[in-house]
Design a binder for this molecule. Structure first.
Ligand code: FCB
Length: 445
């Protein structure tokens, strides 16, 4: 009988990912906090509030991560805490981050630090945020402060999380602040984010030549709902162009843009090329896109639900593990080390997550067999956290959180992930225990 264990390389890193505003609590000085106070913005009127209380006690969750055999953890620095007013740096906030990072290292957990993860200081938002070209210089100045302060404790930096999601949700779909619906402005925001990434990349390397700097790209697939229809294919292509190709072309160079793409204007002139030491992949789902003449807001492409697709909880989209393999293959064209900086599923009762975790990691394993340079996997996320416009309604945690009492309860998936991280393998025993229905697919013979 063939060995039915899926082994991962011994230097593969298992981790979890989070973001400051989603876990720290009390981030009153950013645009998300202000947004949460406006009626109708967040599902069920939820607010981040104390979140997971990390500003006071992230260390208790670091203990949990260490006990789960995790060797890396991705967190973000909250710009609004560090630079409270333009040019005014709060050194006590930097000290607290240093303490957290040292706490990770003491537990043998390597930190990955994101410098921007959706939240902006209020002063920045009030001056036009990422629509204002000054943001590039502001961001570079902030990054220099952070990197100089934390240079002894971090080498793995992620400049910006998901420029495409920030631009799309804030400026096209309008479900993130500032709630706009304007493609041209969205393109401007994306352009500024990519320029800011470039400036940050250079600034970090000046301070720390050995730094490993990347950005986290949210790769979502847009497949035609009815592949034989030309207009569905065209609509899907336009979505892909905006969401994936612009960013990858700008920073990676190998994803060519068609010459006719007008207002976005990314290209060699942007000088973003060669500004990545690695690429981060955030993968969740795919859309099946159909052409719809009335859907101006989404460039005439709407999502269709497909009957043969298993939906994730909370209307989060199709459970589509194979997309992770496709995404890794696509990013491999950049010839850079790949960190899977996010992947997970909202699932309160954990009836889907164990199976989903096994299936997604199986796709990572497949990509590794194909010699794709995947170095690590960060599950989103350790503990249920404040899920932006969805508030507390989408529980992504391996550990369940009651955010009123701060009580935590590990879900079965936490044990599963911990066992995989301990053995660097998905074993038949784990498949039997956590996803017996996968036997046929994963344990042939
Ligand atoms: C990603 C975000 C992350 C989290 C997950 C579920 O797009 O980067 O903060 O909200 O989705």
């Amino acid at each position: 009988m063939p060995d039915a264990t899926y082994h991962f390389p011994p230097d593969f890193r298992w981790g979890v990912a989070t973001a400051s505003h989603q876990v720290e609590g009390g981030n009153t000085n950013n645009q998300w906090w202000a947004w949460e106070q406006q009626p109708g913005r967040i599902a069920q009127g939820h607010r981040s509030g104390r979140a997971c209380d990390w500003w006071t006690n992230a260390e208790a969750d670091f203990d949990r991560a260490a006990a789960m055999n995790l060797r890396t953890l991705r967190l973000s620095i909250e710009w609004s805490r560090v630079e409270t007013k333009p040019g005014i740096i709060d050194t006590a906030a930097l000290d607290r981050y240093r303490q957290m990072l040292r706490g990770l290292r003491e537990r043998d957990i390597e930190p990955m630090v994101t410098l921007h993860h959706f939240s902006d200081p209020l002063w920045l938002a009030e001056s036009g945020g990422w629509t204002n070209p000054d943001v590039v210089a502001h961001f570079a100045r902030y990054v220099k402060q952070v990197v100089s302060a934390l240079v002894d404790d971090v080498t793995l930096w992620c400049t910006i999380n998901e420029p495409n999601v920030y631009a799309t949700s804030g400026y096209i779909l309008g479900d993130f602040p500032p709630g706009m619906h304007d493609l041209g402005t969205a393109a401007r925001v994306l352009r500024h984010m990519l320029r800011a990434h470039t400036a940050a990349y250079r600034a970090i390397h000046e301070i720390q030549p050995g730094a490993q700097v990347g950005l986290a790209h949210n790769m979502r697939f847009f497949d035609p709902a009815r592949p034989r229809r030309l207009l569905d294919r065209a609509a899907a292509m336009v979505q892909d162009l905006w969401f994936n190709r612009t960013t990858l072309a700008a920073v990676g160079g190998t994803h060519r843009l068609p010459w006719w793409l007008p207002p976005v204007g990314f290209g060699p002139a942007l000088a973003t090329r060669n500004t990545l030491d690695w690429i981060g992949l955030n993968y969740y789902t795919r859309d099946r896109v159909a052409f719809d003449r009335s859907a101006r807001d989404t460039a005439y492409g709407i999502r269709l639900h497909s009957d043969d697709a298993e939906p994730m909880d909370g209307n989060y989209g199709e459970l589509y593990p194979e997309g992770l393999f496709r995404a890794i293959k696509r990013l491999s064209r950049l010839n850079l080390p790949i960190h899977i900086t996010e992947n997970g599923i909202p699932d309160s009762d954990d009836d889907q997550r164990p199976r989903a975790l096994i299936l997604h990691l199986h796709q990572v394993w497949r990509a590794l067999q194909d010699n794709c340079p995947v170095k690590s996997y960060y599950h989103w996320t350790l503990v249920d956290n404040f899920e932006w416009a969805e508030g507390w309604t989408l529980p992504f945690g391996l550990i369940q959180l009651d955010h009123a009492t701060q009580a935590r309860r590990p879900r079965p998936s936490a044990d599963l992930y911990s066992a995989i991280a301990r053995s660097y393998a998905i074993t038949p025993e784990l498949i039997d225990a956590y996803g017996p229905e996968l036997r046929k697919e994963l344990l042939p013979g």
